[in-house]
Design a protein around this ligand. Structure first.
Ligand code: HEM
Length: 366
């Protein structure tokens, strides 16, 4: 017997490796007509992994104080071997995380996978969406550049418009009346400890729920599916499906490689695409830049706050939109999932997407 087989058998007899493989890898069946949209989740896992790794490497040289933050980032970019690569990967990766999160969410909406019995999958995903926005917002301040300082000033100022308690919320978020050293301190802790731990935990819950419900069958499929009838807990089986290992894993790896090509094309050919000019100057609280805008994914929120005469009304409108999104599986309770056969649903979703993109473009040029 060769040594590898011997060691494998030795472990198998103790913890049942064959049993685990049969249950979660070769015997875990996915829908036969599973499509590329089902690989968006694994791309997100890859992005999160890369963010954690590059984030840890950045922490080796980054120094979180208002005197040293910008200098340490400049040092990483210009002096540390491959520091520019690590930092660019981290900054581009943050944008990719939001982009692929939106793609994953929209594909889940189109395929109706948020419907019963997957309400918890949806809610855990919604929690992840908010935490990812939080981690992006807090990370933006850390370089302590003109962009960091003023974008955070703009992004946090909306909180001050809440009647009666606005001032207190603002002071709580900033750690003072203005963005300053205490803001950097609390954003740093949130960015490197609280939010990554929270996201990792919630990803675990998201994947656990996926294991319990089984992956949804793409709505166009007309083969044998054992759909949930709502009377008791049932795992969605796919009797004629493909095994997770090796079939789906290979499909996922191909999707991950295509993503990697796209990602490195940005990192190597347009590394500054997400860095406006203000990102290259240290923060100066006494000099307001002429055109300060939040990141592309916060532009719709920024524009909504500007449209209304009172920022608080803008906040309420956003709160309603987010509540509606969170409650989607409890509002759209009809079992039909094929969007091509649901004209009203399709119209609402397209209107939602166009409004989001329209506000983004408007926010960019306003
Ligand atoms: C860090 C963020 C996230 C990660 C790492 C993640 C990961 C995954 C993975 C690996 C899957 C299984 C394969 C797939 O369908 O892609 C999945 C499924 C799912 N995700 Fe996410 N996800 C994230 C965010 C979200 C968000 C923002 C939502 C919606 C608000 C969401 C809702 C769902 C739902 C409903 C499913 C079940 C799909 C089905 O069974 O067909 N996820 N997610």
């Amino acid at each position: 017997m060769n040594p590898v087989t011997f060691i494998y058998d030795w472990i198998d007899r103790r913890i049942g490796l064959n049993d685990l493989t049969a249950k979660y890898l070769t015997g875990y069946l996915l829908p036969r007509n599973i499509n590329i949209w089902y690989s968006m989740g694994s791309i997100l896992l890859l992005i999160f992994g890369v963010q954690v790794l590059t984030g840890i490497l950045l922490l080796v040289y980054y120094s979180p104080s208002i005197e040293t933050a910008f200098k340490s980032i400049t040092f990483i970019m210009n002096q540390v071997p491959f520091g520019w690569l690590i930092r660019t990967c981290h900054a581009v990766g943050a944008n990719m995380m939001v982009l692929f999160l939106l793609i994953h969410m929209i594909s889940v909406i189109f395929m109706g996978s948020y419907k019963a019995p997957r309400e918890f999958n949806w809610l855990s995903g919604f929690g992840l969406l908010n935490m990812v926005f939080g981690i992006c917002l807090t990370g933006y301040l850390l370089p302590w550049s003109q962009l960091s300082f003023w974008a955070t000033t703009v992004a946090t100022s909306g909180a001050g418009s809440v009647p009666f308690i606005g001032e207190y919320i603002l002071e709580f978020v900033r750690g003072g009346k203005l963005v300053g050293a205490p803001t950097l301190g609390r954003f740093f802790v949130l960015h490197v400890i609280v939010l990554p731990a929270g996201i990792a935990g919630l990803i675990g819950i998201h994947l656990f729920l996926l294991q319990r419900t089984g992956v949804s069958t793409p709505p166009s499929y007309d083969g044998p599916v054992e759909h949930w009838k709502g009377e008791q807990y049932e795992y969605e089986k796919h009797p004629d499906g493909i095994p997770f290992f090796p079939h789906f894993l290979v499909q996922d790896l191909v999707a991950n490689c295509i993503y990697a090509i796209f990602f490195f094309a940005i990192v190597f050919f347009v590394p500054n695409i997400f860095f406006p000019a203000e990102a290259f100057f240290p923060a100066n609280p006494f000099e307001t830049p002429a055109h300060i805008k939040p990141e592309w994914y916060f532009l719709p929120n920024y524009q909504v706050l500007k449209i209304f005469p009172n920022e608080f009304i803008g906040l309420i409108v956003q709160g309603i939109a987010m509540t509606f999104l969170a409650a989607l599986p409890f509002i759209d309770i009809w079992p039909k999932r094929n969007f091509l056969k649901r004209p009203l649903f399709l119209t609402c979703v397209m209107l939602g997407i166009f409004t989001f993109i329209g506000l983004m473009i408007w926010g960019h040029f306003s």
